[in-house]
Design a binder for this molecule. Structure first.
Ligand code: ADP
Ligand code: MG
Length: 323
């Protein structure tokens, strides 16, 4: 079966699988539809459960591997990877961030100003058998937060991997030796559904899908669900959709509330209660090369990602971690 063709433009008629893991609620309405017309009852007022402060850990690992995935660019994948990762690390978890986008925005956002200068990146880890995770791992300025960086070299991997045996499993194999050292691994995917993203989905236990609360938020999501379902069926039957995350939300506009409401109508409990508001502090933090939890620790953006950290830690089955 060929994995080529993931980059094709998403067709809205592809039947999606919001509950493809078997645990999600059936969509209450057409999840691919356009936002409600004004005046309809909105679903954005659902009560937020009280997510507990994450309990301290007595030991670390094995990690839950989570892919941040949406083939649309600019929806908050990288911002969420950095800031959710940093917030989870604040709760005493060991976190590994994997930059899996040749643009290297995650590496830049964590202070690697010129990723081109890096000798070894995730590309070498994937393609060279003598390169180990320890060779490419970098510490960040945040306690408990490590990075596997990326740069433009990775753009060649997509083509080069095609000839490899078990080409979809390359990342999973590369990460396996350090899984016991971390509690959470977050993979920042590139904006495509190509072989690199399939590698991330094959390595992952869960997928988090950031959705920008703008008009075209759900465009292409059907194709993403289709890809996830194929990976579940053929490569990784443990893969779950952890949740959909509303990003760049502006609570003052009816439009944003309608879009978020449509997302909730479509995906129900799979939509995180935490929503990330639009604020210029995120681009500012990127320029500073720091997570917002460090750059502006008391900002609304920092607390939003701490809330998301509490929510995901409450949801994720981190078996064997507590106690
Ligand atoms: P992706 O990785 O999906 O392409 P990014 O996380 O890089 O998206 O976000 C795209 C741009 O939007 C970046 O400049 C980022 O700083 C900015 N951004 C991300 N989240 C927010 C937000 N909640 N509010 C305002 N700007 C944001
Ligand atoms: Mg990105």
């Amino acid at each position: 079966m060929s994995w080529s063709g993931y980059d094709e433009d998403g067709s809205e008629s592809v039947p999606g699988a919001p509950g493809a893991d078997g645990t999600g609620a059936e969509p209450a309405s057409d999840p691919w539809g356009e936002p409600h017309s004004s005046g309809a009852a909105l679903s954005t007022n659902r009560p937020r459960p009280d997510f507990p402060e994450p309990a301290p850990l007595t030991h670390h690992g094995p990690a839950r591997i989570v892919a941040l995935c949406n083939q649309k660019g600019g929806v908050g994948k990288t911002t969420t990877t950095i800031n959710l990762g940093a917030a989870i690390a604040e709760y005493g978890r060991r976190v590994l961030l994997v930059d899996f986008d040749p643009q290297g925005a995650l590496s830049v956002g964590l202070g690697r100003l010129d990723p081109r200068e890096l000798d070894l990146t995730v590309y070498n880890l994937l393609m060279q058998r003598d390169v180990t995770v320890d060779d490419v791992l970098l510490k960040t300025n945040i306690d408990g937060l490590d990075l596997i960086p990326s740069n433009i070299d990775l753009s060649a991997a997509e083509v080069q991997l095609v000839g490899e045996v078990a080409r979809e499993q390359m990342l999973a194999r590369a990460l396996a030796p350090v899984i016991d050292d971390y509690d959470v691994v977050l993979i920042d995917c590139q904006p495509s559904l190509g072989l690199l993203t399939v590698n991330a989905l094959t390595a992952a236990h869960g997928v988090v899908v950031p959705l920008e609360c703008e008009f075209f938020a759900l465009r292409g999501v059907a194709l993403l669900m289709d890809t996830i379902q194929k990976v579940q069926e053929r490569l990784n039957n443990k893969l779950l959709i952890d949740g959909f995350l509303g990003t760049m939300y502006d609570p003052r506009t009816l439009h944003a509330r309608e879009v978020l409401s449509t997302i909730i109508d479509g995906f129900g409990d799979k939509v995180f209660h935490t929503v990330i508001n639009r604020t210029v502090r995120f681009p500012d933090a990127t320029v500073a090369g720091e997570p917002i939890t460090r750059f502006d620790s008391s900002s609304a953006g920092a607390s939003a990602y701490r809330e998301l950290a509490k929510e995901v830690l409450a949801r994720w089955p981190l078996s064997g971690h507590d106690g």
